[in-house]
Design a protein around this ligand. Structure first.
Ligand code: ZN
Length: 194
């Protein structure tokens, strides 16, 4: 009998956690191959370790009044990261977004409610690590609000339909607007052009 280092059904007996998901050291030592243990947990990220799948595109007609959606309902609709960014004004780690390097033609919609927010033709590489656009798809597609958090004065940008936090807009973008809409990939879904 091996002492305490067995991995059974994907869960490490020593740390009690799913081995492949959290990099349990004991599990690694036992199997010899990181990630060799199949992980079947429903909360695991899709395609962990591979290129992440594009986010689901919400049906804009699924809800009549998007402003009335409660936090509990949002938690059911969104991933943890989407909820943190959209509903808690979070910011994703720079360079981490799956849509950061998406160069396909199409429309970026709100990951919360599906409202069209940005066209691919206004997307550019700002080098910041966040998807950047020089204008929204329509002036009234996004709302703007002064944000004095983190000791800075910034202009916060949110989805005009559901109020979901998108990012901030800065006056250092390219022509013709001179604006940089610095948007979280987690706040967006993408609809490819037909
Ligand atoms: Zn929205």
């Amino acid at each position: 009998m091996r002492f305490g280092l067995s991995v059974v059904g994907g869960a490490c007996l020593v740390c009690g956690l799913l081995a492949g998901a959290v990099g349990c050291l004991q599990a690694e030592g036992t199997t010899g191959t990181t990630g060799a243990v199949a992980v079947g947990g429903e909360d695991e990220p899709r395609n962990a370790g591979a290129t992440p799948a594009l986010p689901d595109v919400p049906d804009p007609d699924a809800v009549e009044d998007w402003r009335a959606v409660t936090d509990a309902q949002w938690r059911e609709r969104l991933t943890r990261e989407q909820f943190r960014v959209l509903r808690r004004h979070g910011t994703e780690r720079a360079g981490s977004g799956v849509l950061l390097h998406n160069n396909a033609e199409g429309t970026y919609v709100c990951a919360g409610c599906g409202a069209p927010l940005f066209a691919s033709s206004a997307k550019y590489d700002s080098g910041t690590g966040w998807p950047s656009f020089w204008q929204p798809i329509a002036e009234d597609a996004v709302g703007r609000m002064e944000d004095r958090s983190l000791g800075m004065v910034r202009t916060e940008v949110h989805c005009a339909r559901c109020g979901g936090h998108q990012g901030h807009v800065f006056p250092d973008g390219p022509e013709p607007t001179g604006l940089r809409y610095c948007i979280n990939s987690a706040s967006l879904a993408f609809v490819p052009a037909e």
